[in-house]
Design a protein around this ligand. Structure first.
Ligand code: PLP
Length: 381
């Protein structure tokens, strides 16, 4: 019989995937579900990127690549990061099958049993799971009382961080709140990181989807270059979720360590996908801008619709999520939403933020209107 590891017993399946699976099941049974639970853009991958992938297949790029990625992609990533003010070279990059793998490798590379990991709540579901799989203990700072912003919560963060802290995870723009942290907030993070000699993960996967704010890369701030692991991916910016492509950037020494895990687990990211990745980085500014504008319009539409129904939302300036406050237990509310109104949302509890439901607005304006109508008709708003 199987004798499961303690490690695997520490985690639960992804709550967001569980809801999307339930929505998909109901749809398969014929229900018309407005699925606002998914963390994936509803656009096609830009055509030139698809063509680059096909051309790479036709050219026979189907074998293993060097473990950390093909040189042109590592170079293109380093050039992109230099554009963000990070002094990056290709040797400091590991190309991974998705940003998730980059995060997983980072936790495994840095965290020992009992090491303290600080999360800013509401936090994306997988950080907790990855920290626990690595043996870490969690310390959490709640941004909900501060409108999901970090700057007014810096004192709370200072209290949570100590010399026992190994790692702090920052995700801006944030999933699930959409919050974009101010430069002053990131400077506050820097000051604490330097004072306590912390490593910081900066998960910047939504960085191309920002509205009335500027994205600042944490590793570009003085003092952060040799303590930040910058994680990014192609899923959200270029609507490439199923291609599975992402990366991490850190010091060359870090890459030497994480690269061991990478080579013994995934070997490398898919060859022809990496080649399409170069095209995505170099020739998609227009497509990215179109998607960004569509998300901005949808966000504004939702804010207006919620406002009409008296729901006051702390709206973020990035990503394609918002957290709406609910008057009852958030798991019950989300269950009623899907069972009675056929609208799928994720309970805030999944992000350690009870009392909210996460709405993803990666859906057409028509479907967003439909969702709000249904929630109103069923007394959920
Ligand atoms: N980080 C955050 C905050 C996310 O929301 C996601 C995806 O939902 C990821 C990382 C990982 O994305 P991927 O593995 O598709 O690159």
């Amino acid at each position: 019989a199987y004798d499961y590891s303690d490690r695997i017993g520490r985690v639960e399946p992804s709550a967001t995937l569980a809801i999307s699976n339930l929505a998909a099941e109901k749809e398969a049974e014929g229900a018309d579900i407005v699925d606002l639970s998914v963390g994936e853009p509803d656009f096609d991958t830009p055509e030139n990127v698809v063509e680059a992938g096909k051309a790479a297949l036709d050219a026979g790029h189907t074998g293993y690549t060097s473990s950390n990625g093909i040189p042109p992609l590592r170079e293109a990533i380093a050039a992109k990061l230099r554009g963000d003010g990070i002094d990056a070279t290709a040797d400091e990059v590991v190309v991974t099958p998705g940003g998730k793998q980059a995060l997983y490798e980072t936790f495994q590379t840095l965290i020992d049993d009992g090491d303290e990991v600080v999360l800013l709540d509401p936090a994306w579901v997988s950080y907790e799971a990855m920290a626990k799989l690595a043996g870490g203990d969690l310390s959490r700072v709640d941004l909900a009382p501060h409108g999901f912003q970090l700057e007014p919560a810096l004192d709370d963060l200072a209290e949570a961080v100590s010399d026992d802290t190994e790692l702090l995870v920052v995700n801006s723009p944030s999933n699930p709140t959409g919050a974009v942290f101010s430069e002053a907030a990131l400077e506050g993070v820097r000051d604490l990181a330097v004072e306590h000699d912390l490593a910081v993960i900066s998960d910047e996967i939504y960085e191309r989807i920002v509205y009335d704010a500027d994205h600042v890369s944490l590793a570009s701030l003085d003092g952060m270059a040799d303590r930040t692991v910058t994680v990014n991916g192609f899923s959200k910016a270029y609507s490439m979720t199923g291609w599975r492509l992402g990366y991490l950037h850190a010091t060359e020494a870090f890459v030497g360590q994480a690269g061991k895990l990478h080579s013994h687990s995934v070997s490398c990211a898919t060859n022809f996908v990496q080649r399409a990745g170069v095209e995505a980085l170099e020739n998609t500014d227009e497509s990215v801008e179109e998607m960004r504008e569509a998300f901005a319009d949808r966000r504004d539409l939702l804010v207006d619709l919620f406002d009409e129904h008296g729901v006051d939302v702390d709206v973020g300036d990035g990503a394609f999520y918002m957290m709406i406050p609910v008057d009852e237990d958030d798991a019950d509310w989300c269950e009623r939403a899907i069972e009675q109104a056929s609208v799928a949302c994720v309970p805030g509890g999944a992000f350690n933020a009870p009392g909210f439901a996460r709405i993803s607005y990666a859906a057409s304006e028509e479907r967003l209107r439909e969702a709000v109508d249904r929630l109103v008709e069923n007394d959920l708003l």
